[in-house]
Design a protein around this ligand. Sequence first.
Ligand SMILES: NC(=O)c1ccc[n+]([C@@H]2O[C@H](COP(=O)([O-])OP(=O)(O)OC[C@H]3O[C@@H](n4cnc5c(N)ncnc54)[C@H](OP(=O)(O)O)[C@@H]3O)[C@@H](O)[C@H]2O)c1
Length: 255
Amino acid sequence: MKIAVLGAGNMGAALVKGWLRQGMPAEQLVMTCRNPAQHPAIGVSLLTSNPDAVREAEVVIVAVKPWQVVDVLAEIRPTLAAGTLVISVAAGVTVAQLREQVPSSVAVVRAMPNTAVALNEGVIAIVADEQDAVERARKVLAPLGLVVPTDESKMDALTALAGCGIAHALRFLRAAQCAGVQMGLTAAQSAEVFAQVMAGAVALMRQPGASAEAEIDRICTPGGLTVRGLNELEQAGFSAAVVRGFLGSLPEDKR
Ligand SMILES: NC(=O)c1ccc[n+]([C@@H]2O[C@H](COP(=O)([O-])OP(=O)(O)OC[C@H]3O[C@@H](n4cnc5c(N)ncnc54)[C@H](OP(=O)(O)O)[C@@H]3O)[C@@H](O)[C@H]2O)c1
C-alpha cells in the first residue's frame, strides 16, 4: 500500500514516523511540501509536487493547514484515481466539505490524530460518509494508536480531549516538574519520575473495570498526606480548571 502525505509539518511527519516505526517500508511513503529546505529529513522522499505524490498512492493524507485544504484538493483532483482513500487531518474541515472537493469515486475520511502517533501511542478520531471508508481508514491508521470511529457531532469534543489533550497532559507534567524542582530534585529527574508516574496511572486505569476514584482511594490513608495534597489541589480549583481548559479548547461557538 502506498501512502502520500501532503504536508510535511508537525502532523504529517508524526504520522510518517509512526508508520516507519511500525516497520512500513520507506518506499511506500512519500511526503510533500513547498519548501523542502525547511524540513528535516525523516527517511522518506519529500516532493514538491502534490499531483506527482498522489499518482501511485492508494491512500492520500491531507496534512496542510485547514485553510489550505481546498486548494490542495483542487490541485490533486485530476490525478486522483477511482478508489483512492483521502484522509484529511485538518481541524474543523468536515466530511461534507471534503466530499465537495473530490470525485464520488474517491473515499473521504476526516481524522483527528494527536502527535503521539509518532510513537504509535496516538488517538485518532475518524468520521466518514460510508462504512467502507471507516473500515479502510481504521486499517491504515491502526498502527498509529487507538482509532475511534465517531460522527461529526463528537469531533470537536474529541479534538479537544485527544488532539489538544496531549498538550493539556504535558502541562500537568510540566507543573509537577516545577514542584519537583522546588522540593530540591533536578528538572530532569522530576520529569523522568513524573512521566513514569503518569505511565503508572495509565496502566492502573487500563485494568478491566478500573475507576480513577477507586485507585485514588487506595492511595489516600485517612488523615494522610495524599488526601491533604489532593484537597489543596481542589481548593486551588484543579478539577474545575481542567474542565475549563478542555472547554477552552473547543471552537468559540461550541463552549
Ligand atoms: N499539530 C498537531 O498537533 C495537529 C493535531 C491534529 C491535527 N492537526 C492538523 O494537521 C494539519 C497540519 O498541522 P501542522 O501542525 O502539521 O502544521 P505545520 O507544521 O505548519 O505543517 C503544515 C505543512 O504543510 C506544508 N504545506 C503548506 N502548503 C502546502 C502545499 N500546498 N502542498 C504541500 N504541502 C504544503 C508545509 O510546508 P511548506 O511551508 O514547506 O509548504 C508544512 O510542512 C492542520 O490542518 C492541523 O489542523 C495538527
